[in-house]
Design a protein around this ligand. Sequence first.
Ligand SMILES: *Cc1c(COP(=O)(O)O)cnc(C)c1O
Length: 428
Amino acid sequence: MTDERSNDLFKRAQAVIPGGVNSPVRAYAAVGGTPRFIERGSGARVWDIDGQGYVDYVMSWGPLIHGHAFGPVVNALESGAAYGTSYGAPTAAEVELAETLVRCVPSVEMVRLVNSGTEATMSAIRLARAATGRDRILKFAGNYHGHADALLARAGSGSLTLGVPTSPGVPRSVVAQTSVLPFNDAQAVGRTFAAQAEEIAAVIVEPIAGNMGVVPPVPGFLETIRRVTTETGALFIADEVITGFRVGLGGAQQYLDFAPDLTTLGKIIGGGMPVGAYGGRRDLMEKMAPVGEVYQAGTLSGNPLATAAGLANLQALQEPDFYQRLDTRTQRLAEGLRRAAAGVGVPITVNAVTGMLTMFFTGGPVASLDDAQRSDTERFARFFHAMLDRGIMLPPSQFEAWMISSAHTEEIIDETIEAAEAALRILM
Ligand SMILES: *Cc1c(COP(=O)(O)O)cnc(C)c1O
C-alpha cells in the first residue's frame, strides 16, 4: 500500500495552509501519520489519490447520512448549477427547506438559514442574550458548538483532540461570561442557577453529545435544564447540528422528548454543502432583523445550490422505517465491536445511538468528558492505523463520533467488524 501522493500533497499543503488542513480535525495530529487526500466517494466508500479505497466512517463529520455522491443530491446540484449559483434574492428552495425544518423539528416554529453550524450557534447565542437582556452562557465540558468566541471554553472535537480547549485569541472578558459545567451533571446545573440565575441568558447543550465521542444524556439531565431555565426565564438552546435528522426526523428533541426554546442545525440539512440553521419559538425568532432589532445576515445564506442539496438529502429521509434500519445497523456494529474486543480481552465501551457511535478504549461507563478522557488514546491511535491498513477510515481521534449512513449495508458493517477483530488482535 502506498500513500506517496498523499504525502507529497500534504507537504505542499503544509507550506501554504496551516498544518496542511482547512479544519484542524482533518490532520492526523492525534494518531500520527499523513491524512489521506480524497479523490472521490461513492456510497459508504472513499478513494484516496493513491487509488486506495476505504469504508468511510467520517462521512464529512455528519452531513452524508445517505453516503457519498448520493444520486438525488448530485442531481439537485447538477440541474441547479445551470440556473446560477447565487442571487442575493429570495428563492423557492429556501422556503421549502425552512418549511421542511419547521414541519420536522417539533420545537421549531420559525427558522433562519445560515452557512455553518458555527454561525447558527453564534446567532442563537446573540438572540438569547438580546431576548433575556442577560450575558452569561452556560455550556458543558466536551460539548462543541463551533468556534465562536463565547463557546470556545473547554470545547470538544478538534480543540479537545489538540489539547487547546480554550483558544488563545478569545478575549478573557468574553469567556468570563461563559460557565462550563460537567456534562450529565444535573446537580451542577441546579447549583449554578441557584447562585447566578439572574445573569444566565441561556444553557446550550448537545442533547446527545457527539464531540467528545458519543455520550448520551443520563435521565434527568435535559429535564433539569428545561425546568431551571423555564423557572428563571433563561433559554434552553439544543445544539442539534449533529443529532438533527440523524437520530430521527425530529432530532434528539423528538427522540428524547424535550422542548428547547431554540435549536441549532447544520450538517445533514445541507447534504454536504455549507448550511446551518437556527430556529425555535416564533416570539424569539421575530426578534431577528428585519422584523426585530437583533442583527444577523449572510451574503450566501439560503444559497440556492446548498438548499437544493439539503432538500434532496432530507426528502430521502422521509421513507418509512429509514431510522429503524439505520438504528439496526448502528446496533449491529456496536454489538460486533463489543464482541470483537471481548474476544481479545481489550477493555472498551461502545456508546451508540442511531447513526452515531464511539468505541472508547476504556472499561467505562462513559457519561462525561472525564470518563471519555480515561480512554487509552495511544491504543486508539494504533487501532486507527490498523483499521486504515485494513481499508476502514475512522475519524482520526478517540473523541469523535463514527457516522453511519444508509449506504453502510449489513455486509459493510460485517466487513468493518471483521477488520476490527483483526486490528484488535494485533494490538495485544
Ligand atoms: C459541527 C458542529 C458545530 C459546528 O458546525 P460547523 O458547520 O463546523 O461550523 C456546532 N455544533 C455541533 C454540535 C457540531 O457537531
